[in-house]
Ligand binder design. Structure first.
Ligand code: DOR
Ligand code: ZN
Length: 350
């Protein structure tokens, strides 16, 4: 296959940051995606509908002239989130979900939940108004091996949570293990997003000839058998799995450091990365539904009507792109890609 034209996709898990960083990265996402679920882990986090409204306005102001993009907002769940805020969120129409970070699990998660049971009244309210819960599904228990934290989260927290709130709609974000895939398939009202890096790489990538900080994200890359399970899930045609890049920009010096930040930057070439992953198992015919149908179906939003085109051609990913005072090293920097997204205007004319 030499060209692939599909319905314009959406990104159901994205970090856009704020201020100058937001202005630097937003054009990349807008070029590829019509909408995105925007993560609330700013400093300080987006905790209220008022915070989300203000952040949404800043995102809208940063959209390049003449382009269309719809930010779908989320609230950051804390120990102090109230059921009243959930009602307000639902009424706002622009807040589409609430994000759970275990305190200390990842970037800017210091305000996160210290004990998931503290949120029961909030989960009850979310179940009642049907507002989805997005999970960073890792335990923070230092006694649990880094590579087992997702599995432990399922057993310790997710299974009990779903037993208590069977109608609460949950997105298990950026799943990284076959355990998560199996759980998602077995549970009602649970879907999952999958990132390009977890489809394309296993944990060897972090240590290939030396330490490679640009492959470090959370949850961390896992063994090959897990990557294969994710690829199978993404290309299976199950509507429970859809696209969420988790593109997470950090300045170059923040990643190339004695204590480097977690996050892979893929907004520049997300669809090309996914196309490569799907092609590797001869499943390009499954890409459109994963990227453009199952996400809006889960969020009960209309599917997009525009289209994008990907061409089979080789090009080199830049070593870095400008980012505030520093630069940003994209996933696969300096290496070749085999698919390239056509410019939106060219696609329309052609
Ligand atoms: O790798 C990650 N980066 N994982 C997360 O959960 C957060 C994200 C970020 O905000 O940088
Ligand atoms: Zn994320």
């Amino acid at each position: 296959m030499q060209t692939l034209t599909i319905t314009r996709p959406d990104d159901w898990h994205l970090h856009l940051r704020d201020g100058e960083a937001l202005k630097a990265v937003l054009p990349h996402t807008v070029r590829q995606f019509a909408r995105a679920i925007v993560m609330p882990n700013l400093k300080p986090p987006v905790r209220t509908v008022a915070d989300a409204a203000a952040y949404r306005d800043r995102i809208l102001a940063a959209i390049p002239a003449g382009q269309r993009f719809e930010p779908l907002m989320t609230l950051y769940l804390t120990d102090n989130t109230t059921p009243q805020e959930i009602t307000r969120a639902k009424e706002s129409q622009f807040v589409k979900a609430v994000k759970y970070y275990p305190a200390g699990a990842t970037t800017n998660s210091d305000f996160g939940v210290t004990d998931i049971r503290k949120c029961n009244r909030v989960f009850e309210a979310m179940q009642e108004v049907d507002l989805p819960l997005l999970l960073h599904g890792e335990v923070t228990d230092q006694g649990v091996d880094m590579f087992d934290r997702e599995k432990a989260f399922i057993e310790r927290h997710l299974i009990p949570l779903k037993e208590q709130f069977p109608n609460l709609r949950v997105v298990f974000e950026h799943v990284t293990t076959s355990d998560a895939v199996q759980y998602v398939l077995s549970a009602n009202n649970v879907a999952a997003t999958i990132t390009p890096q977890h489809l394309l790489y296993n944990r060897n990538a972090i240590f290939q000839g030396g330490i490679r900080p640009h492959f470090y994200c959370l949850p961390v890359l896992k063994r090959e058998e897990h990557r294969l399970a994710l690829l199978q899930a993404a290309t299976s045609g199950s509507p429970k799995f859809f696209l969420g890049t988790d593109s997470a920009p950090h300045p170059r010096d923040g990643k190339e450091s004695s204590c480097g930040c977690a996050g892979c930057y893929s907004a520049l070439h997300a669809m090309e990365l996914y196309a490569e992953a799907f092609e590797s198992v001869d499943a390009l015919d499954k890409l459109e539904a994963f990227a453009s149908f199952y996400g809006p179906d889960f969020y009960q939003l209309p599917r997009n009507t525009e289209q994008i085109t990907l061409n089979k051609t080789t090009w080199r990913v830049p070593d870095e792109v400008p980012f505030t005072e520093s630069s940003l090293v994209p996933l696969r920097a300096g290496q070749e890609m085999t698919w390239q997204m056509a410019d939106a205007n060219l696609a329309k004319e052609g």
